[in-house]
Design a protein around this ligand. Sequence first.
Ligand code: SAM
Length: 282
Amino acid sequence: MLSYQHAYHAGNFADVHKHIMLFAVIDHLLRKESPVTYIDTHAGRGLYPLAAEETARLGEYREGIARLWQAREHLVSDTLLADWLAAVGRVQAREDRLDHYPGSPWWLSDRLRAEDRLALFELHPGEHGHLSQQALPANAQRIYGDGLQGLLKRLPVSTPRLCVLVDPSYERKTEYGEVAETLLEAMRKARHAVVLVWYPLLPTGRHSELLEGLRQGGLRKIWRSELRLREPQESERGMIGSGMLVINPPWGLDSRLEAAMQHVTPLLGTSCHHRGDWWVGE
Ligand code: SAM
């Protein structure tokens, strides 16, 4: 039984981290003409009104997207951030006010070209219902089903290139291992796929099962980006940071993200810092 609903967390610091990375990867992929299939294994709703009861209740976006939105005039020198914030601006009802935050289905469909394909998997019936109401281009498909199994069933894809976003809620502890196993199998079928995998940084360090699983399974070329808000307080259990792996990152992505994150971290808090490194090299 799934209980996680992303609307409670939409626009938080982890979404900002994840979606800037996703935006940058799409940017790099669009530099070549050959078509891309995008697969979002855990899609969520698509677009989140910030005044909705769930989102307003925790108001996590205030410590996330709202910080960057307020500082947007000072971020224009970084083209990645400037372009990303301009895209955020396009979903607002009024251009000067932050009232919506776009989720991964929006980020993936916004720059989808006619020759590209997009598959969005969502397993929660209520969340899938919300996703069904989002306006999406005809070459974007919504699937009510398990995204990890769905990914494997779709491989190999018919386009020359593949980009996958894996963004589970990790409600079950076993998900870290399941994601690693699925990706090892997926990469055997699609060796050149660009894959982004999000994970939370928790005081328990539970994500190491995912990271070690990929390394010990023999995958190469994995870049890691971790945005850490603070060191954990004694007996703290909540999320203290956001992590993202990119398997087969496009050339130049690392330096572009490092530069952008240098502008983002001071906005998220005095203890916030970013680390980008190769989890597994070539
Ligand atoms: N990717 C979204 C974004 O960036 O805006 C947020 C996704 S949220 C962290 C995780 C979503 O995965 C939830 O909506 C949850 O219902 C859904 N989910 C959980 N297990 C799933 C599974 N096995 N297959 C597909 N969706 C799943």
